[in-house]
Design a protein around this ligand. Structure first.
Ligand code: HEM
Ligand code: FPP
Length: 319
């Protein structure tokens, strides 16, 4: 499939109430995709913590830098929800979001996202440096323009290329401390970049009905479950050794390498179980304990644990 079935911005919003009630704080928070933000913020925090000179940074400035990453990720999420309001309305997982649910007007969500984007990048520049601010702006632009507007509705490689947006936070965190981007933050970028396909494609094995209905060309929709399971394994095979790179380049200790190897082996075990499980091929819904669901959950554990190990290792054994 080369073109998605739907054009962006069509339909999707129920009629809005006469006034858009600003007291519905929960809906405005939901626009920021707060649950995904947890791991984004954590990876940005680890990028900061492992950067040389992190402990000398003023704690208020460090806090502001993390806040800027959180707000920027949320702002990009709000613009994504504005643009995707048509497809969000048809997908069961997203139909109750504030815009398709008719609780926030599309234009208000867009303005919210744009102002928070501008504010977070400006504040990052003022509090830290221009390199961190520019990479922050790049990550917002990548999520909004490259992933959401350009690739999501056009190609099943959308999340491979567009997924780079979510790989920037450790680079931003590092740059906020040092003002530069060197090999180590690029390795952290590469880890998240290669982690994203198995993270998302494992989930897409049971969420493909939604994407098919919305005309979004995710891999299980265009290439089928078997190919998706193969791709989950391929990216996990690439990811496991990548997790060891911080040790291989002499940045982390053998203790970190041991944790990374264990986590990588466990991820591979999950990906192999996904490959062997063919219950998705007969068009049945996956059971609650299906390997794809366990693999998706483990993807989150993997990234949290790997980055936590990196930070603990650096703080305990670093120079
Ligand atoms: C293009 C890349 C990505 C896609 C398409 C994607 C998609 C998804 C989807 C559809 C969910 C399901 C639950 C939900 O709607 O909240 C999810 C969950 C999640 N994703 Fe991703 N994701 C991507 C990249 C990332 C990145 C880079 C991170 C952080 C480093 C991340 C962190 C999370 C977390 C923490 C959850 C669990 C949220 C919860 O508890 O519901 N994702 N992802
Ligand atoms: C600092 C900064 C700007 C960070 C980028 C934030 C980030 C986590 C980007 C990753 C992309 C992501 C979560 C896509 C979700 O897909 P989707 O939008 O297609 O998911 P949906 O179907 O749930 O809307």
């Amino acid at each position: 499939m080369s073109e998605a079935a739907m054009e962006p911005g069509q339909g999707g919003s129920a009629p809005l109430p006469a006034s858009c009630d600003m007291s519905e704080v929960g809906d405005w928070i939901a626009l920021l995709k707060p649950r995904v933000m947890t791991l984004v913020v954590f990876s940005g925090l680890v990028g900061m913590l492992v950067a040389p000179g992190a402990l000398a940074m003023h704690p208020v400035l460090a806090f502001v830098a993390i806040l800027c990453i959180a707000v920027a990720a949320g702002a990009a999420g709000a613009i994504n929800m504005w643009y995707d309001r048509d497809i969000d309305a048809v997908m069961r997982r997203t139909a109750k979001r504030p815009i398709p649910g008719g609780r926030i007007a599309p234009g208000a969500a867009l303005a919210f996202g744009v102002w928070l984007s501008v504010g977070s990048v400006t504040l990052m520049w003022m509090a830290t440096n221009i390199v961190a601010a520019l990479v922050l702006a790049l990550s917002i632009a990548f999520y909004v323009f490259v992933y959401t507007m350009w690739l999501k509705r056009r190609t099943p490689q959308n999340i491979v290329i567009g997924g780079a947006a979510g790989a920037f936070p450790p680079v931003i965190g590092w740059a906020a401390v040092t003002g530069d981007v060197t090999l180590v933050p690029l390795i952290l970028f590469a880890i998240i970049f290669v982690w994203t396909p198995p993270h998302f494609w494992a989930l897409s094995l049971w969420a493909h009905d939604d994407y098919a209905r919305a005309g979004v060309p995710m891999l299980p929709v265009t290439a089928g479950a078997r190919e998706t399971r193969r791709q989950v394994l391929i990216y996990t095979v690439l990811l496991a050794p990548l997790g060891l790179l911080p040790w291989a380049v002499g940045f982390s200790s053998p203790a970190y390498a041991a944790v990374a190897a264990l986590l990588g082996a466990n991820f591979l075990r999950h990906a192999l179980a996904v490959l062997r499980d063919s219950q998705d091929e007969a068009g049945r819904s996956l059971t609650k304990d299906a390997p794809a669901k366990a693999c998706f959950r483990f993807s989150l554990t993997y990234l949290f644990a790997l980055f936590a190990a990196l930070a603990v290792d650096r703080l305990a054994f670093g120079p």
